[in-house]
Every structure is written in structure tokens, then in C-alpha cells.
Design a protein around this ligand. Sequence first.
Ligand code: MEV
Length: 435
Amino acid sequence: MSKEIKGFSKLTKKEKIEWLSKSCFKDGDSAKKILTQYWNIDSNLQKLHDEFSENTISNYYLPFAIAPNFLINNKIYTVPMTIEESSVVAAASKSAKFWMKNGGFKAEVIDSEKIGQVHFLFSGDKKILLEYFNFVKPYLFESTKEITKKMESRGGGINSIELIDKTSELDGYYQIFATFNTVDAMGANFINSCLEEFAETFYKSVLKFNHRELKQKDIEIIMSILSNFVPKCLVKSSVSCRVTELNKLEPETKNFAEKIVRAIEIANIDIYRAVTHNKGIMNGIDAVAIATGNDFRAIEAGAHAYASDGKYKSLSRAYINNDIFYFELKLPLAVGTVGGVTNLHPLVKLALQILENPNSKELMNIIASVGLAQNFGALRSLVTSGIQKGHMKMHLTNLLNKHNASEKEKESALIYFKDKLVTSSNVENFIKKIR
Ligand code: MEV
């Protein structure tokens, strides 16, 4: 079977599926059946989804779930979460319920600045380059007027444009380093359009500058792109309660509150633990980001870079002071509530409606609070019963489905495993026994 193909993107959807079923499967018919089974009967809706990406042949479902009872800044939110991992939404909801009774989450956006760079090489005199930069800077603003007009009417735009000398790290390397306010948009397209315009103007305006010691050939534009490291697009969410109140939550665990503090101390000194700890936070963050149509890869990249300031550490912090337990999460979050797929994807629109159409800052507060709740839920399990108990309970249905269990079999399994360990082999044995 040859898998090489030219012009795949030019094929119709049906032709693509035909090619795929012949080239990648012995039994192409069952592959075809699965792919077409996921098509939406509403052809307009299907077309909308097909057009989100190149070479679309079907839809990929993920659960769209709800975590209720999130009290954030004195407002109750019902939070949509899109994630396949079975215990995540249950853990978030359980944490939200506890913190609702204990004052809720206090969240604030510290700053919302976005960043973009034009990376270029310059081989001439630094002083002349600086002179040229000061000359060209007004033209950089001027040349992007058409792009920034709409953003400015919403209160955003370009905040600053600077020249950065990086020659000590790489020969001849400089940046045009710009900061932006993209208001309620994540702003990737806006920023990248501005940057590409900067690059062109920067190169072309050399002729206008008309200096005998500066020639266009001295400048080599390498690339223009936004940065997903946004340490100044920062949000913080926190909770606190009396230590006695927290310890009541897990009466069988001695010093529950202190154990949570220790768990974070461990994450701060050990990278193996820190990465897993932060992954647990990102379980919640990504799930809300996906449900609300945000770029979770950008959020992930930015969050982990932020966690690595000097040494990779926990994104959350916990401490006890005067018998009060404090727990907080601070991280960069570049999210939008307009633009991208937010106004296109019907489920994303619905997710934003469920959140009562927040602006981007409110959404930052919500997402950070869910991340903190998720971290609390994970640590709560880890320092008490262990993660597997709750995790495998939630996973039981998946294991039963693997054996095509009937509804009746599922009911008996739920009763049987109430006080027994759920493992893949225990479920297999149980199914064998009852059949
Ligand atoms: C699993 O998806 C997430 C956890 O591993 C997080 C953690 O260990 O803190 C449970």
C-alpha cells in the first residue's frame, strides 16, 4: 500500500476518505463507517466544521461537561469544560463546592499586555541603527493605522515599540519588540498583521532615511511573530479559610492543610513532581480554554515558561498564617472572548453564554480559578486516599464500555465496585464472572 499522495487537499471529502480507507486500512469499509458516523446530519453545521481546518474528513468528539457552583468574586459561575479525562470535571466540581462554602475564589487580572517581535540581523554601526529606529518609529505606527483602527475604537492598540540589542547573544541579532493591548481578543492575528507591516516598513524606510552609512542590504528580516510568553498578561486567583475548616474536610487525615503546603514545597524543589503538579492545574485550565474556543497550546507554552523562571516550579502557592490556610495560583493567560472561533463555533458560543458572556479579563479570572480548584482537588486526593480511588471509580464506565457491558451489567458493576478496587483486570474478571 503506497501512502504517498500528491494533491490530497484538492480531493473532495468523499475522495479523501476513499483514499484513506484504501491506503491505511485492510478493511476500509469499517473506517469509512466510523468516519461518516460522526458527520452531522445538518449539512450547514457540518460545512462550518469542515471549514475550520484543511483536509477535514470527520468530526472528533470530546465531552462537553459542566462544573457548577464556582463562586468567583462573589458571582456564581456554571463552568463549561471540554476534556476526555474522566475525573477532572468531578474533581473541579467537588473543589468548587467546598470553596463556595468558604468565601469562594478571589481573582484579579494583574496585567493584560501582549507581546510581538520582529527578529532581524543588522551588520552595520549600532549608533546608526538606533538613529534609524528613532526615525522610523513614527512610520511603524503610521503604517499600521488601518490594522489598528478597529482595535483602537475598542480601547486597544499598540502600546510600545522598542529596539532591542541582542548582539551579545547572537552576532548581529536585534529585535523590534512591541507590546499590545488586544482588549477582548486573544489578538494573535492582529499582532501578527502589525508585526509583518512593521517589518516591511522597517526595511523599506531605509530609502527614506537616506543615510550613506545605512543600506537596505545591511538589514535582514528573519521573522515576525507574536510571543506566547506573556508574563505581563497575568492573573491571580486565591482562596483561604481557617485551617480547622479545611481539616474538617478530611477528618481521617492528620494535618491535611499542612500536607497540602508540603506537597507544594516538594513541587518547588523537584522538577519531576512540579511538572505533574502543574499538569494537574492545566487539566482545568485547558478544559475551559477548549470549551471557550481558546488556544490551549499557547496557554500551555506560556504557563510552563512562566513556571520556569530560574527554576521550574509549582504555579500555585500555599501557606498557613495565623491559622489561616492560603492557596493561590498566578499564571499568564492570553485568552479572548471575541475573534477566532468564538463567534463561529456553536458550542463555543454556547459555552460563553453559560458563563454569561464574560469579557477577556473576567474569563481570565474564571480560568485561573478553575485551575486552582483543579490543583486543590488533585492535592486533596494525593495527600489523602491517593489519586487512583476516585480516578478509577470515574474510569469504571470506560472499562465497562471496553467490554461492551449492557446497562444491567453496568448497574451491578457499580454496586459490586462500591467497596472494591477498580482495576482493569478486576473489571475484566467481574464481567467474565457475571456473563
Ligand atoms: C492527572 O491528570 C493530574 C494529577 O497527576 C495532578 C497531580 O499529580 O497533581 C493528579
